[in-house]
Write a protein that binds this ligand. Structure first.
Ligand SMILES: [Zn+2]
Length: 106
C-alpha cells in the first residue's frame, strides 16, 4: 500500500454520477483522502471511501419508520428521541369525533 499523494487516483462514490468513479485527491488529512474530485464530472466532494450516501428513498423510508415507531407508545418510548410520552395518553379515546359532526347540545 503506497502512500497517498495529492492528485492520486482513488475510487469513490460520486454523488453527481451516482456511481463509483475515478477521483483525484485534492487534499489529504491524516494520510487519508479528505477532498476528492470526480474525474468524470469534476464535482468536488469529501472523500467518502466509496460509500454511497443514503438515497432520498432510504431517507424517506427511515422517516416513515420513525413516524411509525413514534406512533406506537411503547416503541416510541424505547426510541427516546425527546418526544412527549404523555401526549398520546392524554388524547381521550372516546372523544375522537370528526369535526364535521357538530354536537348540537353545545
Ligand atoms: Zn462525478
Amino acid at each position: 500500500m503506497g502512500e497517498l499523494r495529492l492528485g492520486d487516483d482513488v475510487d469513490d462514490f460520486c454523488i453527481k454520477c451516482k456511481r463509483l468513479t475515478n477521483h483525484s485527491v485534492l487534499s489529504i488529512v491524516n494520510g487519508k483522502a479528505a477532498k476528492v474530485r470526480c474525474r468524470t464530472c469534476y464535482h468536488e466532494q469529501d472523500f467518502r471511501d466509496g460509500v454511497a450516501p443514503p438515497s432520498k428513498k432510504d431517507l424517506k423510508k427511515a422517516e416513515l419508520f420513525q413516524a411509525v415507531l413514534s406512533s406506537i407508545p411503547a416503541a416510541g418510548a424505547a426510541v427516546a428521541d425527546g418526544g412527549d410520552p404523555g401526549a398520546a395518553a392524554t388524547a381521550p379515546a372516546g372523544e375522537a369525533a370528526p369535526k364535521k359532526s357538530a354536537r348540537k347540545s353545545k
